[in-house]
Design a protein around this ligand. Structure first.
Ligand code: RTP
Ligand code: MG
Length: 142
């Protein structure tokens, strides 16, 4: 297995619930390291650009509205198999279908307000990390 980086977003619902630290602890306890982090309020253009792959989908408008409804915490996570590890920790997109012990099962309310985003492939991870972080903002922990 290779050391990878992935992009994580703690979405507005989880920030509003004050569970940022509890979610980061899940990553750390699974052996992932935070190598970049910031809290930001996404603009409409930033959210639309980030989720551009979904722009023809019926839920796109709601997704952009939700992602701009409050601040988010964006992070780059690093570790062995980080992309799939993070997806496993997150659980299914719909929290009602998410396995026990996953972040979405424990902290999310609905398919729209589902607590976290995680890159779904190496290609997405590369694009998404560069979307939010410059090279200087990433601090490898070694
Ligand atoms: P994310 O990109 O946020 O990590 O979530 P994901 O990979 O698990 O799901 P994805 O298919 O990429 O969808 C992005 C977000 O759009 C919302 N969604 N709504 N109503 C629906 O059928 C529907 N499908 C997706 C979710 O909030 C999902 O996280
Ligand atoms: Mg996705």
């Amino acid at each position: 297995m290779a050391v990878e980086r992935t992009l994580s977003i703690i979405k507005p619902d989880a920030v509003a619930k004050n569970v940022v630290g509890q979610i980061i602890a899940r990553f750390e306890n699974a052996g992932l390291q935070v190598v970049a982090a910031k809290m930001i309020q996404l603009s409409q253009a930033q959210a639309e650009g980030f989720y551009a792959e979904h722009k023809e989908r019926p839920f796109f408008k709601d997704l952009v509205a939700f992602m701009t409804s409050g601040p988010v915490v964006v992070q780059t996570l690093e570790g062995e198999n980080a992309i799939m590890q993070n997806r496993d920790l997150m659980g299914a997109t719909n929290p009602k279908e998410a396995a026990e012990g996953t972040i979405r099962r424990d902290f999310a309310e609905s398919i729209d307000a589902n607590a976290v985003h995680g890159s779904d492939s190496a290609t997405s991870a590369e694009r998404e990390i560069a979307y939010f972080f410059s090279a200087e903002e990433i601090c490898p922990r070694g």
